[in-house]
Design a protein around this ligand. Structure first.
Ligand code: TYD
Length: 207
């Protein structure tokens, strides 16, 4: 079955998109899921972020939460033949932590890829929401109370660049989404893409 992921810097409107997809894709019976998870490993990640733990420790916490996510949600859903749609996944590490780990490790992206090698499941398709950073920061404006260190404009600019580099390296997997567009239009575009991917995967499995 198919594993679809949604990625992008904070403030690109992923949450709104998911809410719409939840309604628009009910007939496909997908499993909607997210990283960080809502379980204890996800809570550990959020605590690590809040306490600004050492960046290597933070990356390891995210990876541990990913392992739990795979074991408890992603693998079982795929085994049942259900499409999985994840709000953030390994590319979040490759984009955010490669920036955060700069200066701590020689080659953060290579280290992060190694960390995932051999056990993660690569997504079939990844929708990357792109938005000018100043607009993303403006959209985040109301969230000052829980502002995280990832949400500073300069960090977000570099994270978005890292996302674009990931997309350029695997153009067959990434679909770029213009997040400045109208919400309904974005949701229709992503919905149509997901339907095509699911249909293709079902056609491949037919005898
Ligand atoms: P998220 O839950 O998407 O943000 P929000 O709570 O605003 O909905 O993710 C929390 C933060 O963690 C967000 O700034 C993105 C960041 N993040 C990483 O740095 N690496 C990761 O692997 C993941 C999954 C998230």
């Amino acid at each position: 079955m198919v594993l679809i992921t949604l990625e992008g810097i904070d403030g690109t409107g992923k949450t709104t998109l998911i809410t719409r997809l939840l309604h628009q894709l009910v007939d496909l019976e997908p499993v909607f899921t997210r990283e960080p998870t809502s379980g204890w490993t996800g809570r550990a990640v959020r605590r690590g972020i809040a306490e600004e733990v050492d960046p290597v420790a933070e990356a390891l916490l995210f990876a541990a939460d990913h392992a739990v996510h795979l074991a408890s949600v992603v693998r079982p859903a795929l085994a049942e033949g259900r499409p999985v749609i994840s709000d953030r996944y390994s590319d979040s590490r490759y984009a955010y932590q490669s920036v955060v780990l700069e200066g701590h490790l020689d080659d953060p992206l290579a280290w992060l890829r190694n960390l995932h090698a051999g056990w993660t499941i690569p997504p079939d398709q990844t929708y990357l929401l792109l938005l000018p950073v100043d607009q993303a920061v403006r959209r985040l404006g109301g969230k000052h109370r829980r502002r995280e260190h990832f949400e500073q404009a300069e960090v977000l600019r570099r994270v978005q660049e890292a996302y674009i580099a990931l997309a350029e390296a695997e153009p067959w997997r990434f679909v770029l989404v213009d997040a400045t567009k109208e919400k309904r239009e974005i949701a229709r575009f992503v919905e149509a893409g997901i339907r095509r991917t699911v249909e293709r995967s079902r056609a491949r499995r037919r005898p």
